[in-house]
Design a protein around this ligand. Structure first.
Ligand code: PLP
Length: 411
């Protein structure tokens, strides 16, 4: 059995432990949901206050230039580029993940005329599938969306596939695709690849350039801690950028937005993928949250993420089968992202009971309780304490109360 003292020792030796104090974590909470909404960094409220009071309040419209608001999408994008193995000028922050997917999927299909298949995974995040259906309908229903199981992706890539559209880490199970192998397999058949990195960015090192990945999108409010509804990002490999015809052609993606000419002409490079005015307050929060990452060794982050997940699984299994949990995440650390999920027939109520005790994870239908493992602010003792509370709740059926079974709008 692993005891608490062993976890304290791990924390003492943890090179990432110093980052915890940068976050404003509420007293009495063990936060295992940073994969859904990252917590608040202490640097963010100060930055927001400055942007609101000084840049907006005093600077007014002058701040578009003086405070360089206009460059925020690119500046924020450049900070994200390092986290995904891309170069400056290959990433912009804009819109939401769903909207960025619409933009890049539409663009990919127009680069691949003569090919009609969008290949994806049946268990992909639903918004990704919905957006693909919307794009298909928008383009007149000429495309086919082919959905297969994760294990069947590579075999399903043939010369009819225009784009392979996948989420790198599965939101339910945490299963992780081999990004470079699938990218290579797609390229071998002439297909493009569009990766959704929502559950990967800020959780592990990524190597988009080294893998020759074509297109990617990802989320700003999960592991990047950009705040609720933070802007998302998109990546286009440099040599593809000038071939993209943006489906949402707006003035912020125009070659000369302030020439106010009637005809659209796309900006050079990544900027053409912008559409409208950036949300400055939200961008500023994400921008401030991203500064921390310059100090983070992503290999060390990944190693701790694997160790935390391994500890969680070992502690739960150490409690014996009587808890009634079924591990839904692979045991192979290489094949998972930074979360661990367990199935339980009363998963929703179990999670509400946990939250009532200060252990915040989340529930994903139909029966999964999900724990995100975020190495910058989680301690090994947090995992130990969370499992002790989970075991108590399950062993004594403390979840079996009406108040824990009432469904809220957001789960
Ligand atoms: C979180 C997430 C999204 C979120 O999309 P929004 O447009 O921000 O609502 C999209 N795709 C995946 C895979 C996600 O995990």
């Amino acid at each position: 059995m692993i005891d608490r003292k062993h976890c304290e020792d791990l924390d003492r030796r943890d090179a990432l432990a110093r980052f915890r104090e940068r976050f404003l974590l509420p007293e009495g909470v063990i936060y295992l949901d940073g994969n859904s909404l990252g917590p608040l960094l202490k640097s963010v409220p100060e930055r927001i206050r400055q942007v609101v009071e000084r840049e907006w309040g005093q600077g007014l419209i002058r701040s578009w230039n003086a405070a360089r608001w206009i460059d925020l999408p690119q500046r924020v994008g450049d900070k994200i580029a390092r986290l995904i193995g891309a170069e400056r000028g290959e990433v912009v922050a804009a819109d939401s993940t769903s909207v960025n997917l619409f933009k890049l999927l539409s663009a990919a299909l127009s680069l691949q005329r003569g090919r009609a298949v969008i290949l994806s995974e049946r268990d992909n995040f639903p918004t990704d599938l919905y957006v693909a259906q919307g794009v298909r309908d928008q383009l007149g229903g000429r495309h086919e969306i082919k959905l297969v199981d994760a294990s069947g992706i590579r075999d399903a890539i043939d010369d009819k596939v225009a784009v392979v559209m996948l989420t790198h880490v599965n939101f339910r199970t945490g299963a992780r695709h081999d990004l470079s192998a699938i990218t290579a397999a797609a390229h071998a058949k002439g297909a493009l690849v569009l990766w959704d990195l929502s559950h990967s960015v800020g959780a592990m090192p990524l190597a988009l350039n080294a893998s020759r990945a074509d297109l990617a999108i990802g989320c700003g409010y999960k592991y990047l801690n950009g705040g609720p509804g933070a802007p998302a990002f998109l990546y286009v490999r440099r040599d593809l950028q000038d071939r993209i015809r943006p489906p949402l052609a707006g003035w912020m993606g125009h070659r000369e937005p302030f020439a106010f000419v009637p005809d659209y002409a796309p900006a050079e490079g990544i900027l053409r993928n912008l559409c409208g005015t950036p949300p400055v307050l939200a961008m500023a929060a994400l921008d401030a949250a991203l500064d921390l990452w310059a100090e983070v060794d992503l290999d060390a982050l990944r190693a701790k993420s694997m160790a935390l997940a391994g500890l969680l699984i070992a502690l739960v299994e150490g409690q014996g089968a009587s808890l009634g949990l079924t591990l839904a995440t692979t045991r192979d650390p290489e094949q998972r992202g930074s979360q661990v999920s367990f199935a339980h027939p009363e998963g929703y109520a179990v999670m509400q009971a946990l939250i009532a005790r200060g252990v915040i994870g989340d529930y994903r239908a139909p029966d999964l309780i999900r724990f995100g493992l975020t190495p910058l602010y989680l301690r090994y003792v947090d995992v130990f304490d969370a499992v002790a509370i989970l075991a108590d709740i399950l062993r004594h059926r403390r979840w079996d109360q009406a108040e824990f079974k009432r469904r809220a709008k957001v789960t």
